[in-house]
Design a protein around this ligand. Structure first.
Ligand SMILES: [Zn+2]
Length: 263
């Protein structure tokens, strides 16, 4: 009886010790990985082309990553006026956006109708953004504007809209330096670079090299479609190879913008 309980006690202690070690080693591994991650990369895919968005999500999933997809609220509706010839491919609808979101991808706002906010009044811009927020609230499951990013069409913002927007959304993306400060609390203004209308691969790789040369930073690169779709496309194979290359670099974190701002 005595021996049995002693054995039980020893066994319990051993299990406890193993569990403690396992817990600590996980914790330390997690901490050291976080400490080493100094290069954040967000490929911010605009315009919501159906074929490209599905393929982009699949490629990200291959590497257990979340894609960052920014869609126009009304582009899937009949009668939507194409902003220009680079929008002529079929877009996804909120059935697809809800499915991709449920699979862990980020679906964010890219305008109510893709208006260039520098060419309309502040009041008109505000009205369109509020309609965009309202449409997303009604059609995208779990949408919370204060956890969301408004991605300006054409990366065209105005100082007045920039001042007002943080009262409506968590952050906005506009044109500016490609490399941002690492994500931190209160960061409401994200800037990005982009390239087009031709293939972006050379330009994108140069921007990634510039990021990796620095001790730290957050590259936000505004991408569009894959292969033949959209303004400034990237080949699906090139995206796949890029993610393979970047996921092998210990300092790199490939992350959608909303998730980055939650850290
Ligand atoms: Zn766009």
């Amino acid at each position: 009886m005595y021996n049995y309980s002693r054995r039980e006690v020893l066994k319990k202690m051993a299990i406890g010790a193993v569990a403690t070690v396992a817990m600590h080693s996980d914790l330390f591994a997690g901490e050291s990985v976080e400490r080493n991650k100094k290069h954040f990369v967000t490929l911010s895919f605009d315009d919501g082309f159906k074929k490209s968005s599905i393929r982009t999500a699949e490629i990200y999933e291959k590497y257990k990553l979340s894609a960052c997809i920014n869609v126009i609220a009304t582009a899937h509706l009949p009668g939507f006026g194409l902003p220009n010839e680079y929008h002529r491919w079929p877009v996804g609808d909120f059935g697809l956006w809800n499915e991709l979101k449920a699979r862990g991808h980020e679906i964010m706002m890219h305008g109510y109708m893709h208006a260039k906010k520098t060419e309309i009044t502040f009041e008109e811009g505000k009205t369109l953004i509020l309609k965009c927020i309202d449409y997303f609230s009604k059609n995208l499951n779990g949408f919370d504007p204060m956890e969301s990013i408004f991605n300006f069409p054409y990366n065209a913002s105005t100082p007045e809209l920039e001042e007002w927007l943080p009262t409506q959304v968590k952050a906005f993306r506009t044109g500016g330096p490609a490399i941002n400060e690492l994500p931190h609390k209160g960061q409401t203004r994200l800037t990005c670079t982009t390239y087009g209308p031709d293939n972006i691969e050379k330009h994108l790789n140069e921007e990634i090299d510039k990021l990796l040369e620095r001790p730290s930073g957050w590259l936000i690169y505004n991408t569009h479609g894959l292969d033949d779709e959209g303004w400034g496309p990237i080949r699906a194979d090139a995206l796949d190879q890029l993610l393979e290359r970047l996921t092998a670099i210990k300092t790199v974190e490939i992350i959608p913008a909303g998730k980055a701002l939650k850290m």
